[in-house]
Design a protein around this ligand. Sequence first.
Ligand code: GDP
Ligand code: MN
Length: 398
Amino acid sequence: MRLYEYEGKILAQKVGIPVPAGKMVDSPEKAREVAGEIKGEVVVKAQILLGGRGKAGGVRFASDPGEAEKVTREMLATRVRDRKVEKVLVEKKLEIVEEMYLGITIDEINKRMILLAGKTGGVEVEAIAQKPGAGFARALVDPFIGVPGFRAKELAKHLGATDKGLGALGNIVSRLYALVQKFDASVAEINPLVKTKDGSYLAADCRVEIDDDAIFRQKELESLGIFPREERGREPTELERKGAEIDRVDHRGVAGRVVEFDGDTALIIGGGGASLTVFDAILKYGGKPANYCEIGGNPTVRKLQLLTELILSKPGVKRLAVVTNVLSNTRVDLVARGVIKGMLNRGLDPRNFPVVFRVPGAWEDEGFRILDKYGIKYFDRTHTMDEAAQYICQMGRS
Ligand code: GDP
Ligand code: MN
């Protein structure tokens, strides 16, 4: 579960990481009040579950309470990165002299937490971190040892701290690891971690994700005002909503869990790990998926037909791949019938429109006969999903 910045900062404070004075509010009047309490210039920050707010108008400054009210009113009325803004964080504006990066997450390859520290943080950090010599230090954390003081200070030194700063910044490093431990976070990131004019270090931004499987034991979150919630990511697109409707038409099987992308290759794939493999293979061969769409559990011909029509209705779709692992619980012939009906209903001739099948499984002989009849290229189980992906990526290209 991803937390809002203000929630992350509550946890940061709890473990002793300094954060700017401020408060989350949900109305312009309250923003005015908080700005009055803070005195001086404030920053008004849109609370959405996405980064990149700085560049998208989601971080704005105000020099007095009146302006804070006005800025908040505007922010609550607009969208930031296409998300509705329902809350803002009003904070004391810092006099920043340096912006750094500090993060902890799971290193899936080494199966350990990894600490990342970068001398240059801020809104461009993704671009910066890609460049060689970007000054990013990494340190795997031994779970039996944690982050010893000397290790934390080493990272602080790497970030450019000297003298008293080593202790202050080192503390933030150890405490961020404490946060991860205490709250079962899978990500804890401070970007930017700032040094202010008076030499102190603070978390100017804070992103925390709590491991969903650990939420049941994180009872303290509720007492801090952080409540478990559905992960909603972005709002569903119209196409995705229609896909969900198609799946609801009939209880039999799954056909219509659609995620929309902006590519030109429509995908009907089997769900689970295999479909991720297909998705990756499409990308590997230079294809651009127009959607991610799972099928399984023997959906009806009608559901498949409607689904095919839906994903082919997306403007700019140039090819279709129906690729799954070996299906034991879904009839290949029904999949073939549904997809072909959908194509024909859209006025697409399967002999001309680039389409490939790799759907081995139950009733496959019947399925292959239907595909043959319509002149559709298919791969049987002696060929990999990867081959089918490669094939479709080369189709319809000159
Ligand atoms: P993000 O873009 O969603 O990651 O939002 P951040 O909270 O990281 O803010 C983006 C940028 O706004 C930071 O990198 C800072 O440059 C700037 N910023 C945020 N808070 C302050 C502040 O209190 N004072 C100053 N001067 N700049 C700030
Ligand atoms: Mn940030």
